[in-house]
Design a protein around this ligand. Sequence first.
Ligand SMILES: [Zn+2]
Ligand SMILES: [Zn+2]
Length: 368
Amino acid sequence: MRLSPTAARLFLRCLHLRPCSAWGGRGGRMTGRLKELWSYGRLLLKSLCFNALCNFDVFLDSIFEPVYWLVDHLTRWFGVVFVCLVILLTSSVLVIVYYFVLPLIISTYPAHWVTWHLCYGHWNLLMIVFHYYKAIRTSPGHPLQMKTDIPSVSICKKCIFPKPARTHHCSICNRCVLKMDHHCPWLNNCVGHLNHRYFFSFCLFMTMGCIYCSVSCWDMFVGAYNAVEVSVVLTGVSRDHNYYQTPEPLFTFTEKLFHKCMIYLWVLTSSVAVALTGLTLWHAALITRGETSVERHINRKEARRLRDSGKVFRNPYNYGKVENWRIFFGVKKRSHWLTHVLLPSDHAPFGEGLTWDRSVYRRDPTAI
Ligand SMILES: [Zn+2]
Ligand SMILES: [Zn+2]
């Protein structure tokens, strides 16, 4: 494209460049001016994007934003699959127990053991089903999205609403959650103020149920495993010595099915027991300290920062070990430890989750 000399002069004046008589003859001057133009452009771009709150973390967050988006959406979708998986696997264990294990126990065990298995097994099952259903169906609790007098600690960058103490934004639910612990894909729900107790009780009773199943079925599992081993060896020997005759079946179809079911039951329940024991103990330690999973990371960081300046960090929501558990389970009197913890109960937790008592007893005067 060819520009007229006047238009070219005007364009260069806009860019603060004086026209050269010869474009190719003074290469050095031209390069210098281009560099000047380049730095001017960069400064212009920086001034347009400048934000005093920007730091390296914001930069990293922006870079990984597409990855977060993908993970959030996948977790939201996988949540449904995970819930179906929990229901399917639990149902398969129940079918095996009711079809094979329980009739065997009733026909072979003494009366007191039969009573124990019937009572404990059904109580544990009831607690698992109740707490899982409540953990899925109960909303974790959200702050009010309107102007209120409730004291807030900050403003949520996503919701653009005040955040009360212990509230955090869940990028999967795309909402702020009161006393947020974490987003659980196995529940397809956030764990927060209103359903934290249901989540923990589910983990606890599921762990107890899995340990109970794997311990109770140990003898049956060993018997089934040995039977399958013998069956495989004998079938192999029989095949080696007699090519043209079908070997006699060692076990009936029902017996074979029983062996396979027992191996499946034991492997599944024992592996879930190992994984869930770790998770339950971790959450029990957090509850004892009066922390949520999110606060654990924040508090650890804060403790390190204060240690460097010679101060001690004290969690303002730690009311003492027993008191933390009492508040967590919503126990108001002694009998509640039985009726609210060891029996299905849908009582609401203490407080509405918007304000928290920070009057913690401090022995150390340097504690913050
Ligand atoms: Zn939010
Ligand atoms: Zn969530």
